[in-house]
Design a protein. Structure first.
Length: 267
């Protein structure tokens, strides 16, 4: 969900979800304590903060002055899990929510109106949580997309089945102008929008049986200059390191939300 829509309709540079439908358009964290969250991510990822129109519990995180993610300290108030969630651009949040439910998924929150648009928090039929946003994107959204400060990957039990589910919800591979393309590369399903890789879906070796031990989830990745330094900072500020490699680490923040830091951008 984009928490920082500061441009009005008709303003120069405004991008609508109608133009990039089906593509990831934002990532957002629901947390319990705003100050604690700001302190953690400032220390680990070097983020700075900007207020939002939606109220005192919302912030936009900035990396080198560019928007990278949204923070909403509403987990306790709205009875939501502390977690990072990707949001996808849609023409109609209501239609997307209906499509999800028709295909065995669930609607957790909404659709609700958050002027100048509508949003919903949903889950696919295997339980992976994601959101949809209908309306304007923030004025410098193309910069966010080109910089690839954040990208997403779905870990699931059956990548092919997941691609069918999301494809039917978001009209992937429909051939319509502005829509997303789906490719099978190696053992992954790769989603491209305007030629750029914007998401990946993986479930293990091609042709293998679905792994019942996998808890399907969308993992949010942030590109950083020093993976090891981020891992150390996470531990020093109340988080934990779940896995650590030379180019990538899976971390948990001080409230338990998981995210990945990586030195690689998607292409």
């Amino acid at each position: 969900m984009n928490h920082d829509m500061t441009s009005s309709a008709g303003s120069t540079g405004v991008v609508s979800t109608h133009a990039v439908y089906g593509a990831p358009c934002w990532v957002s964290l629901t947390s319990r304590d705003l100050q604690s969250t700001e302190d953690f991510y400032s220390a680990v990822l070097g983020w700075e903060w900007r207020p939002m129109r939606l109220g005192d519990q919302f912030r936009v995180a900035l990396a080198d002055g560019r928007p990278v993610a949204g923070i909403a300290a509403v987990a306790g108030m709205w009875q939501m899990a502390v977690a990072w969630t990707p949001y996808f651009a849609v023409r109609s949040a209501d239609e997307a929510a209906a499509r999800v439910q028709e295909r065995g998924g669930t609607a957790a929150v909404g659709p609700i109106s958050l002027p100048p648009g509508r949003a919903a928090l949903l889950a696919d039929r295997d339980g992976a949580t994601f959101g949809v946003w209908e309306g304007e994107l923030f004025s410098d959204w193309p910069t966010w997309r080109r910089a690839q400060l954040a990208f997403i990957r779905l870990h699931t039990r059956d990548a092919f089945d997941a691609a069918i589910f999301y494809g039917e919800v978001f009209d992937w591979a429909s051939g319509r102008p502005g829509g997303c393309e789906v490719h099978y590369e190696g053992e992954e399903v790769v989603l491209r929008s305007e030629g750029d890789v914007v998401a990946r879906i993986e479930s293990g070796a091609l042709g293998s049986a679905p792994d019942p031990r996998i808890r399907p989830h969308w993992q949010v990745h942030f590109t950083v200059p020093d993976v090891a330094a981020c891992a150390r900072a996470a531990e020093e500020h109340g988080g934990s390191v779940l896995s650590l490699g030379p180019e990538e680490a899976v971390l948990s923040d001080n409230e338990g939300a998981r995210f990945t830091v990586t030195s690689r951008r998607e292409h």
